[in-house]
Design a protein around this ligand. Structure first.
Ligand code: DX5
Ligand code: ZN
Length: 214
């Protein structure tokens, strides 16, 4: 299992320190939640802050866009050379075109599905993306409760991925902890995002990250 701690739960007054710490603690990606106050009822960070994160991060960035006007935000973040940029399928009229645009910028494209969105809706995008992110909470906030129907969605997605693009990764985001990590592994999830579980763990970041590496 690959681990992508979400810096939404970091201490923004000590962001560089926290980003360095999760990288040293053995995470695989640094998950960055970009919210615009329109697509979701919360507002986070833009390229100025994320460029400071990129400077201290020793692991690749996984940028999760929760915005209207995806194409504009892709252009804004592309110069930071993240590993992945993911965008919500619910907010994009031309997802196939946007996937190609992200790839043409040298970034691995990923698509995100809200908790109500069936995996079948992206079947004909799977051949062109490197990762599908299944939300296991409603996007907008850290620290929410895990929605268990993501397990069924992951199973169905896995079957489609095996048909269309076996190298495509499945990522799950929201309410991930040591309580559900075994179930996520069982249904074929490859990457988990964890915010409050990693940053709020009383045994420290390394213990938290290690406990998710199943
Ligand atoms: C929610 C974000 C998540 C969030 C996860 O919109 O996409 O990445 O930070 O936080 P936890 O792990 O606390 O649910
Ligand atoms: Zn996220």
């Amino acid at each position: 299992m690959l681990i992508a701690p979400s810096i939404l739960s970091a201490d923004f007054g000590n962001l560089a320190r926290d980003v360095e710490a999760i990288c040293e603690a053995g995470c695989d990606f640094v998950h960055v939640d970009v919210m615009d106050g329109h697509f979701v009822p919360n507002l986070t960070i833009g390229p100025v802050v994320v460029s400071s994160v990129a400077k201290v991060a020793t692991k690749p960035l996984d940028i999760h866009l929760m915005v209207e006007n995806n194409s504009f935000f892709v252009e804004l973040f592309a110069p930071l050379k993240p590993e992945f940029i993911s965008f919500h399928i619910e907010e994009e009229k031309h997802p196939h075109r946007l996937v190609q645009k992200i790839r043409s910028l040298g970034i691995r494209p990923a698509i995100v599905l809200n908790p109500h969105t069936p995996p079948e809706s992206v079947e004909f995008l799977l051949a062109d993306v490197d990762m599908v992110l299944l939300m296991s909470v409603n996007p907008g906030f850290g620290g929410q409760k895990f929605i268990p129907s993501v397990l069924e969605r992951a199973k169905r997605l896995k079957a489609l991925i095996e048909r269309h693009n076996p190298d495509c990764l499945i990522e799950v985001d929201g309410g991930v902890s040591d309580k559900n990590i075994a179930l996520l592994k069982e249904v074929g999830v490859n990457v988990v995002v964890a915010g409050s579980y990693v940053f709020g763990n009383e045994n420290g970041y390394k213990d938290a990250i290690d406990s998710l590496k199943v």
